[in-house]
Design a protein around this ligand. Structure first.
Ligand code: MTE
Length: 347
């Protein structure tokens, strides 16, 4: 089997998507040829790092890429590849990189799906710090570099289901949120965790907009057991590359069994609380957006039925609608957390 080496690829062909696919293909072949775990383990996650080619290949027009610092590049040099089975993986077709990075919800940059990619050119993800507050032994403001130092990055392929009834399949790079939480030693009063996004009117046109409906900062929250669930992750990359601004650079939450609005982007504050926090969409319209927001085909949103979803990308010739599954197909991993709850009341 001929594997196209990164050096044989024309620069114009180097997109995170084909880098990602080449790497997975390479890793599969390597293990089949009995080159052993050692080779696969030492393989840089971003395949073109092998050739010494610049990781900053120009992004396709309209895609904003942040310019990560050296320490993040170092972290990306050793990423555990996604498994081929189990809950951190799905064999469903990946949503192309173009759609993952151009069809976005990130109201800080505007309300159209194309605004986050086209209007985030001024956004800077480095330097970045995160305030840790509330019921923890180690509150403070930490540089992202220090937060990421003890964690191991891994790749996971998750479904993302938006309450607007579209969905994607995305290969994220990140780490379990539990690994971040443990660093700050929450005490027994920490029952909930609250997240906030950056507010920077200079680089975020949606915040300056007179049409903005959100009371900034964008806020989200999880119950502590949800936050500690092994599925819950903090993402710092997508498709083998750094997170672009529109996907929540430099660090965003990913909670695959909940509607996408729970997966808050560009996090600057994490607050450990005894009481349930207010959240952006719940504050805006509590009868439409619950705190829990678990994907549920039986509990409909007033404007979007939830029993089916449009799997993106959609074209004139392919309008794939698939059935939505309870907890977005992750019931085995999460249903036990809601055993005694009426999900139509706590939606
Ligand atoms: N985070 C912030 N800060 N602002 C937002 O507007 N939108 C949410 C979520 N996180 C949003 C956010 C919604 S509604 C969805 S569906 C997901 O981000 C979309 O993530 P994606 O654009 O990476 O697909």
């Amino acid at each position: 089997m001929l594997i196209k080496k990164p050096v044989d690829i024309k620069p114009s062909e180097i997109t995170p998507e084909n880098v990602f696919r080449n790497r997975r293909q390479f890793m599969k072949e390597s293990s089949r040829l009995m080159l052993g775990v050692a080779v696969a383990g030492s393989m840089p996650s971003i395949a073109n790092a092998q050739s010494g080619a610049s990781l900053k290949a120009p992004a396709p027009v309209g895609l904003v890429r942040t310019d990560p610092a050296y320490w993040l590049k170092n972290k990306f040099a050793s990423i555990k590849s996604a498994p081929d089975s189990g809950p951190f993986y799905t064999g469903e077709s990946l949503t192309p990189y173009r759609d993952v990075t151009r069809y976005n919800n990130f109201y800080e940059f505007g309300m159209d799906k194309s605004d986050p990619s086209s209007k985030s050119g001024e956004f800077k993800a480095d330097p970045w710090s995160v305030e840790i507050a509330g019921e923890v032994a180690k509150p403070g403001t930490y540089h992202l570099e220090d937060i990421l130092k003890p964690v191991d990055l891994e790749e996971r392929i998750y479904r993302l289901r938006c309450v607007e009834a579209w969905s994607m399949v995305i290969p994220w790079i990140g780490f379990p949120l539990a690994d971040l939480i443990k660093q700050f030693e929450p005490n027994s009063k920490a029952k909930f965790i609250e997240f906030e996004t950056l507010i920077d009117a200079d680089s975020m046109p949606g915040i300056r907009s007179i049409y903005s409906i959100v009371d900034w900062p964008y806020r989200e929250g999880l119950r502590m057991d949800e936050a500690m669930n092994p599925l819950t992750m903090m993402a710092v990359g997508v498709y083998g590359d750094y997170l672009p601004a529109q996907n929540g650079a430099p660090m965003r939450l990913v909670v695959p069994w909940k509607y996408g609005f729970k997966s808050i982007k560009s996090i600057v504050k994490i607050n450990f609380r005894e009481t349930m926090p207010n959240t952006t969409w719940n504050d805006l319209q509590s009868n439409e957006y619950g705190f829990y927001a678990n994907v549920n085909p039986e509990v409909h949103h007033p404007r979007w039925r939830q029993d089916t979803e449009r799997r993106l990308p959609q074209t004139l010739f392919s309008r794939t609608r698939i059935e939505t599954r309870l907890f977005n197909g992750y019931a085995d991993q999460v249903a036990s957390m809601y055993g005694d709850m009426d999900l139509s009341q706590y939606f």
